[in-house]
Structures are given as structure tokens and as C-alpha cells.
Design a binder for this molecule. Sequence first.
Ligand SMILES: Nc1nc2c(ncn2[C@@H]2O[C@H](COP(=O)(O)OP(=O)(O)OP(=O)(O)O)[C@@H](O)[C@H]2O)c(=O)[nH]1
Length: 372
Amino acid sequence: MDIITIIVLTGLTNLTFALYSWQQVSNPESHAACKPFAQAQLIKAVSYFIFAASLYHALADMRLIANLLIFIGCWAEARAYIQLAGTKLRGRFWAIGIVTTCAVFTWMHYTSGDNLNNIMIVTSSVLLLLPIGTSAYALYQLYRQHPGSAFARVLLTVNSMMLLFCIVRAPVAATNPDFYITQRLFMNQAFMFATFIFALGNGIGFIGFLKERSDQKLRQRADVDYLTAIYNRQCFEKLTKEKLKSGASFSLYFLDIDKFKSVNDRFGHAAGDQALRCFGKLLRNKQEKHHGIVGRLGGEEFGLLLPQSTASSHQQILQTLRDNFAAETQTLIGEPLTFSLGYCTSNNAASLHELMHKADILLYAAKAELAK
Ligand SMILES: Nc1nc2c(ncn2[C@@H]2O[C@H](COP(=O)(O)OP(=O)(O)OP(=O)(O)O)[C@@H](O)[C@H]2O)c(=O)[nH]1
């Protein structure tokens, strides 16, 4: 395929992703990296259109502008990836990077005489290593944070391949004085084609990664109670049912904070919320420490599933929970709170319904005892 056609296609690809990510910027849930990514894609799209026009009309100065815009676009893209990975790099780094690459390229353009020649190709390949290398570094961090993400892998792969291509292209051009960008050389066509794949891979990888991330957030939100950040009733029941089906040996505890209405009435609803969050946090610690499952079943009622195989005895775990809850609520609201419980072991119930019903009966009895 003709080089100019590939360049126009690359520009159109960048433009498509620029429009798509720009549309995402207004979404309050969108990632902060959307804006710099959209800007980068737009700058790159414009640069490829100018580049194609400059080759078509053989305008050297126009080509210089296109090349400079490509550098700026690649730096903007690197910035978006740094933001996506949450990696810390100082703002001054961008300014120095952009100014250095653009200055060196402009200087070479006016001293080498013809910006289509091998010297300029070597120069651009070497200078592109800086922003693309920065992107690859950021994407490596992103991949380490999300090793299961297929899109993080796509982003890292395309950027690493582009980096490799620049590294290979520089010595090939340097050792070949007849190396002109418009020549129908395999290397030229392969490089432009790689640029097209690079644009496609970056766009698909970025958008796919954000979609993957927002799906994951939605799934988490559907399973987690907003106030206490532990599982909600629906998810807790689902996980308990799975445990029961697997034949695992465990005890299910229903825990209900005592006289909670009076806590709200005397200390206010905000203090009540604080006590609930505190209980959620203590339960989460138990979940992590004893490989259990915890959930908020509604209001001030919680579920705690503890495997029989846990190192500490259940009595001991529950006593620590009581002591910690009393101590923390004393500090938080000025009164130590307690809770009542009911329980059932997995070998005493054939179904989730029976398991919960039996635990509920004991909880009800404990509450009745408390009310006496
Ligand atoms: N602050 C706060 N209170 C809540 C929340 N959800 C439920 N409650 C309150 O929890 C209280 C539960 O009251 P009851 O069911 O009478 O239970 P109790 O006062 O603890 O009485 P016993 O269970 O018999 O000890 C109600 O006053 C609800 O308004 C919440 O998310 N935040």
C-alpha cells in the first residue's frame, strides 16, 4: 500500500479515538487520563494529516511541523499513560522532554538539508524513543498493577514493539545513505504500517482498559454495602450458599448490635453510621485474618461465616470482636456498644434457608433474653 494512504489511515484512526475519548471526558465517572489521551490522539491525527499533505505536495517546512506535532502527540500520550498508571513523574519532565525533542529535530532539519533523508530518519527514531520509552515504562507499571487485564497487556505490547521498531529502524537508516522515507522500501512501509497498528493498538487498549475497569467497579458496587464496605446481603447469601454446596465445614453467625435505635436517638444518625462503619471494619479484619466471609444483612444486623479449620477458636474470635467493638465505640461515640448473636453450623443444615433460619432463631432468643 502507498505510504501516504497508510499515513492518512493512521490519522483517521487517531481521530476516531480522539472523538471517542473526548466524549468520555464529560462523564463524571471517567478516568482523569481520558482528557490527555483525547488531546494526544487529536494532536497525532492532525500531525498525520499534515504529514500526508506535506509528502503529497513535497513541502519540507510543512513536514517539519508535522514531525514536531508527532513528538508532542507522543509525549501527550505518555502523559496519559503515566496518569493511567498513577505513576509519579514531575510536570517539568514533560516540558523538558517536548522542548528537547522538538529543538533537536528542528536543528537537525535545518542542518541536514533534507528532512526525508536517512539522517532525519535516524534522528526521529532516536528522539521517539524518549516519549515511547516513557509510555512503555508507565504501561509496565500499569500491567504490574493489573496483571489479569488483557488490555493492559495490549497497551504494553504495542508500545514495546514500537520502541523496538524505532531501535531497529535507526541503525538500518544510519547505515543506508539512500534511505528516503518516500522510497518504496520494505522498512519504510513496515514502519508506517507499524505506526498504524500502534495507533489502533493504543486506542483499543486504552478504551478497552477503561471499560474493563468500569465493569469491575460496577460489579464491586453491586456486591458491596455502601456504608460499611463489606458484602451486602445478596452477595453474602450467594457466597454462603456456594460454601455450603462445596461441602465445607463452617459456622454461620448472625450478629445484631444491641439497642441501636437508642444509639441513633441519643447520639444522632451520624454517630449511628460511625458505629456501623466501625463494626464493618472490625468484621473485615476478621474476614482477612480467619479466611471468613462477612456481610451486612440489613440495618444493624451482620453475618459472619467462619471456617471450622481456623486456628483460633470461634469463641476467642467473637470475644475479641466484642472487646474491640466496645473499646472503639467508647472512643467514637462515648458509649461501649454490644451485640447479640445466633449461629448454626453447616453440618446442621441442608440448605441456605435452613442455615439462616436456625441462626435467626438463636439470635431472636438472645434478643428476648436481653429484653428481660
Ligand atoms: N444510623 C443508622 N441507623 C440505621 C441504619 N439502618 C438501620 N438503622 C437503625 O437501626 C435501628 C434498628 O432498630 P431496632 O430494629 O428496633 O433494633 P434495636 O434498637 O437495636 O433493638 P434490639 O435489636 O432489640 O437490641 C432503627 O432505629 C433504624 O433506623 C443505618 O444505615 N444507619
